[in-house]
Design a protein around this ligand. Sequence first.
Ligand SMILES: Nc1ncnc2c1ncn2[C@@H]1O[C@H](COP(=O)(O)OP(=O)(O)OP(=O)(O)O)[C@@H](O)[C@H]1O
Length: 296
Amino acid sequence: MTAIRAVNLHKRYAGTTAVADLSFAVEPGRVTGFLGPNGSGKSTTMRMILGLDRPSGGTALVDGRPYHELRHPLRKVGALLDAKAVHGGRSARNHLLAVAQSNGLPASRVNEVLETVGLREVARRRVGGFSLGMSQRLGIAAALLGDPEILIFDEPVNGLDPDGILWIRRLMRRLAAEGRTVFVSSHLMSEMAQTADHLIVIGRGRLIADTSVEEFIGRSSQGYVRVRSPRLAEVAELIRVGEPNGDHLRVTAMSTLEIGTITARAGIPLEELTFVQPSLEAAYMELTKNSLEFTS
Ligand SMILES: Nc1ncnc2c1ncn2[C@@H]1O[C@H](COP(=O)(O)OP(=O)(O)OP(=O)(O)O)[C@@H](O)[C@H]1O
């Protein structure tokens, strides 16, 4: 059963289209990365899934229903959107107790989730004094309170130190291994490559790719050969398949050996003949380059 489904989702704010005709499905038992540059509409989409924003068109379904029709929403879906959006005067424990009580969840869950996120020792401290990493952990504790099948995390590693990042990655992998649905946004390909099984990539509110991470890596690891020569025009004419790119040629249809053999036979000197394996980040930049809100 598909856990989250967006069908022709659309969101317009005055003067801005934040999400445009967006359709995708998020399946259980894996981590699905929701990837896109800043301002591409990830938070808006997540807010529509969670019933916090009303779509201008289309629908967002959680377990086959709009969020507001779920009988026990927190038992179905837990979310971390903005970690700092909690009452700073309360202790971590009281914050979680308030969430549990107002949602008909047993108070016994509070200690369990405090333990899971490693905040037991600081449970009585005021949330207002928490670091960003501690706040993220608290937000995740709140998301886990109802022991939900579906988890939605918006940029959970933003601003965390390496320990915190590793911890969140492991937690997400564990939740998915338990058969839960994990839908997590990020603007960093490198982060998603290490955490996600599947990717939904958007740019300017539109779907760019819906693919497994494996496939994405496979597709983007084709590479090309960079050729530089003081007689570049002659090289281009000889090999015919090179694409001029500034002071060099980019060749995808020939190997370094083929190019080297042809140019050696013609007696043309080369300054450079390199096989370039693009990084995942580079592949992602290439994919989204036309959909950046601002380019520097
Ligand atoms: N309440 C709002 N009113 C007006 N415009 C908004 C509002 N919320 C978002 N937007 C606009 O909608 C677009 C998408 O924003 P959104 O926050 O969903 O993107 P994002 O991918 O989550 O970005 P980021 O990674 O920077 O959080 C942006 O152009 C943003 O300025």
